[in-house]
Write a protein that binds this ligand. Structure first.
Ligand code: HEC
Length: 149
């Protein structure tokens, strides 16, 4: 019994690539199909409240309405991947490094909903899905509003 091992990869590789590509597509569509059902309605509702708090209490002022950050605060669109809930909650309560403390400003349930909302943020909003296609950048207009100060 002799196996021609050196030939094996060449035979398998193309099939493997096809299999991975097909499997990936199937997996992705399954994931998309399953997503609405795997998210519990209650946690979804809490996250919706969190999103509202985020918009109402000024978080978006520094972190952006779409969570991608501004010059006043970092991108939070993947914060759930980087930070566990306790760490996110601590940051909201205590602030620091340019972020105000919200521990006395927000109700405990508002903080909880924010933590749930943010900890579910694990995928970049736009970036990363199509890294080769950057969003059309707004051309920097040379002052067409030259009202001076
Ligand atoms: C005045 C601007 C400002 C506001 C308002 C603000 N933040 Fe921040 N936030 C920041 C800055 C600046 C940092 C980075 C702090 C650091 O590097 O330690 C930060 C960091 C964070 C982080 C940690 C993420 C990271 O990667 O460092 C979280 C989570 C966060 N903010 C959530 C919130 C939430 C929720 C609110 C609203 C309740 C909020 N922020 C309001 C400026 C702000």
């Amino acid at each position: 019994m002799r196996f021609d091992l050196p030939h094996l990869p060449q035979i398998i590789r193309p099939h493997l690539a096809t299999a991975i590509a097909a499997g990936g597509a199937i997996f992705l569509s399954l994931l998309l199909a399953a997503a609405p059902h795997t998210v519990h309605a209650s946690s979804k509702r809490v996250q919706a409240v969190g999103a509202a708090v985020f918009h109402d209490k000024g978080c978006q002022h520094c972190h952006g309405a779409d969570l991608t950050g501004t010059d006043r605060g970092p991108d939070l669109s993947t914060v759930g991947k980087k930070w566990h809930k306790g760490r996110i909650e601590k940051q909201i309560r205590e602030g620091g490094n340019g972020m105000p403390a919200f521990g006395d400003v927000l109700q405990p349930d508002e903080i909880k909903s924010l933590v749930d909302y943010l900890s579910a943020k694990r995928k970049p909003a736009h970036k990363g899905i199509a890294p080769k296609a950057p969003a059309p950048s707004v051309p920097a207009k040379p002052s067409d509003d030259d009202s001076g100060d």
